[in-house]
Design a protein around this ligand. Structure first.
Ligand code: SAM
Length: 346
């Protein structure tokens, strides 16, 4: 659905890019509105006062990328507000530092959002007004073949979001056994032919080319789907594994309960079902107070409800037409209730 002529979207100022690769922020207006706890950022030109009051407080963009969401959020924040941005990726962090140089409201953390509580505590922050994340990889990461995320461009088999630390996929493939590799392809890529593909990968002499790896997977894959490269799910699986993506998301979500103030907002965009399911179940559990393990008990305990009713938004047809990468995105958001956080295993 497009905006009616008098309801124009708000467009943030562009920031000079550190490299040539650009990222189209997905569900941009919707996510920023959600983290601010307002219905919409669009405003009518016919109204006398056509802008929302600027929000004060502390906000977190846990996945800065190229700063699309951050810059729109900053345009809605008051001069005394703070925006803390995280990213694992050194290039994303260079862009974030460039933004921080020209906007003193911005503080940059080069680390995983799984360090949320500790990183904020190091700045003397214990609670925030809004917390957002736009999960997964950015277009610049995929478009730069040398990062190893793409099976369409040749490069080193790396796939680390944080190239300053940790093991690359190539290093891992050298040592992993066939069964573990097959389990990773199945668990994180939902690849039904994981065993056959793992056998073919482990028969390779070296892992220095993404195109060579993709070709081996293609040949080993018995069922090609029209319009989808047969290495899609295997590449996704290795990327998720090497970056501990699901573990980081689980940790981030759990930490959000204590970090978000009563009345504050959580907004998370995901791009595949493994992530979306986790966010959906987390919000269901903590908004309904219903935990899966309670179902086995004769008298389910009274569990706290930390979030209000979750909302779910998908990209419009217009957005999908302009940015096909957005087609699998979901935005889920919820308002933190005033129930005090009890540090119990959930
Ligand atoms: C989809 S992009 C975000 C794009 C961003 N919203 C924008 O408008 O430019 C995801 C970003 O999250 C980063 N990322 C992924 N997992 C992360 C984690 N656990 N901690 C911090 N950053 C992470 C990636 O490096 C990537 O830059």
């Amino acid at each position: 659905m497009s905006n009616p002529p008098d309801q124009q979207p708000i467009v943030p100022e562009p920031l000079s890019a550190v490299n040539d690769f650009a990222h189209d922020a997905v569900l941009l207006q919707e996510a920023v509105a959600a983290v601010l706890g307002v219905k919409s950022l669009s405003h009518s030109k016919n109204e006398a006062n056509n802008s929302l009051p600027k929000a004060s407080g502390i906000y977190v963009d846990a996945t800065f990328g190229r700063g699309g969401h951050s810059r729109l959020l900053l345009s809605q924040l008051a001069d005394d507000a703070q925006l803390i941005v995280f990213d694992k990726d050194p290039t994303a962090i260079s862009v974030a530092r460039e933004l921080a140089r020209i906007d003193s409201r911005v503080t940059v953390v080069h680390d995983s959002f799984a360090t949320l509580t500790d990183s904020l505590a190091a700045m003397g922050i214990t609670q925030v007004d809004g917390l957002m994340a736009d999960l997964g990889v950015s277009s610049p990461q995929i478009d730069d073949g040398s990062r190893g995320f793409s099976f369409m461009r040749d490069g080193a088999v790396d796939m680390r979001m944080d190239t300053s630390r940790g093991q690359s996929v190539a290093e891992w493939l050298m040592t992993v056994d066939e069964e573990t590799l097959a389990n990773v392809l199945y668990d994180f890529g939902e690849e039904r032919h994981s065993r056959r593909i793992a056998r073919a990968i482990k028969a390779m002499d070296s892992f220095d080319s993404t195109l060579a790896l993709a070709e081996v997977i293609k040949v080993a894959h018995p069922k090609w789907q029209k319009g989808k490269h047969p290495a899609t799910q295997s590449f996704q699986a290795m990327r998720i594994f090497i970056n501990n993506e699901l573990g980081d998301v689980d940790s981030f979500l759990e930490q959000s309960i204590a970090i978000i103030k009563a009345g504050g907002q959580l907004a998370v965009i995901s791009f595949h079902s493994l992530e979306d399911r986790r966010i959906k179940q987390f919000l269901q559990r903590h908004s309904k107070g219903q935990y899966p393990e309670d179902e086995k008990l004769p008298m389910p305990p009274n569990r706290p409800r930390y979030f209000g009713k979750p909302k779910r938004v998908a990209p419009s047809n217009t957005e999908i037409a302009g940015n096909p990468r957005s087609r699998s995105a979901w935005l889920r958001s919820a308002t933190r209730t005033d129930t005090a956080y009890q540090n119990e295993p959930s």
